[in-house]
Ligand binder design. Structure first.
Ligand code: SF4
Length: 308
């Protein structure tokens, strides 16, 4: 294209639907977090993380705020403002791709992003159409395959059922936020929960495996470890009973890293005992690495802190 046309296009058409307002990098340089501003001035967070194998993962937001009001989550305290458009989700990935390119000394060897997780601000399945479209765009225009994309959900059952019925829903990984297999504890942590949620989730899981046996390894249950809230022996036993009923699934234990909350991370001994009880009972369990503690990398935390 002639230079004049390129300059004209650059002036008239935004390259990105968002712009970074703040970018912070952790001391270990394995986590970067950005607050990005959207065209209407609203702000969301997005995170770039390097895993133990040296691969980069981008955590994207899908909504401005969130209506789910989980009591342990900074975003949950903000309330819901609006859904992100598909472009605004994809552009979080594009922002970090450009970031890695800019900081590469040898541009031909810029590091690539290997994974995308929908674990930032918002409940992705409450923004179903835009999230689905953003995944379609990512799969069509990047080198990422569906198993390198994970959609995390609080467990919105009507939407999980829609996923089962939707022939165009991509074969991405799903991470359901369980956080407790004790109904009362879960309700206290997640007001969107209800009395029959766990039973309904077990039924949904059976249907999911019946329909997608090959995706069994692509479904995980997330469990954030809160001291004396959901990490007791009673909670481990409830989780073991739940895991036995859903069959072979992975439970991912998550250390809690939001520092401004009334909740505290499990004490190391309690965490280890909880994990051992699950393993002894034959439950497949993993533990997520904590990253970016020094830059408020928990979902929504940086925006809440910047407002304070
Ligand atoms: S944990 Fe997720 S679903 Fe719950 S309030 Fe936070 S962003 Fe929303």
């Amino acid at each position: 294209m002639p230079l004049a046309m390129r300059e004209m296009l650059q002036k008239k058409i935004s390259w990105l639907s968002l712009s970074p307002a703040h970018i912070l990098e952790s001391v270990k340089k394995d986590t970067c977090k950005a607050i990005v501003e959207l065209s209407d001035g609203k702000r969301v967070e997005t995170v770039l993380m390097k895993n133990a194998r040296g691969q980069w993962t981008v955590c994207v937001s899908s909504q401005v705020g969130c209506a789910m009001a989980c009591t342990f989550c900074a975003t949950g305290s903000m309330g819901f403002t609006r859904n992100l458009l598909a472009d605004e989700i994809v552009d979080q990935y594009r922002l970090w791709t450009a970031f890695l390119y800019e900081r590469a000394e040898d541009k031909g060897k810029a590091e690539r992003i290997s994974n995308i997780v929908f674990m930032g601000m918002g409940e992705p399945l409450a923004n179903y159409d835009n999230v689905k479209e953003s995944i379609r765009l990512l799969l069509a225009h990047t080198d990422l395959g569906p198993t390198h994309i994970t959609v995390s959900t609080v467990g919105l059952l009507p939407m999980l059922r829609k996923v089962l019925r939707d022939p165009e829903w991509p074969a991405v990984r799903l991470a359901v936020s369980l956080h407790s297999a004790d109904a009362a504890t879960r309700k206290a942590m997640m007001p969107s929960s209800f009395d029959t949620f766990l039973e309904d989730l077990i039924i949904w899981t059976a249907e999911y495996f019946e329909k997608h046996e090959s995706r069994r390894r692509h479904l995980t249950f997330e469990y954030v470890m809160l001291s004396k809230v959901n990490d007791t022996e009673h909670h481990a036993e409830a989780l073991i009973r739940f895991a036995r009923r859903v069959g072979k699934v992975r439970i991912n234990l998550i250390p809690y890293n939001f520092t401004g909350s009334v909740y505290r991370d499990s004490l190391p001994a309690d965490f280890a005992r909880f994990e051992a009880l699950l393993k002894d009972a034959g439950v497949t369990v993993t533990r997520r690495r904590t990253m970016g503690d020094d830059i408020a990398a928990a979902c929504g935390q940086l925006i809440v802190e910047k407002k304070a």
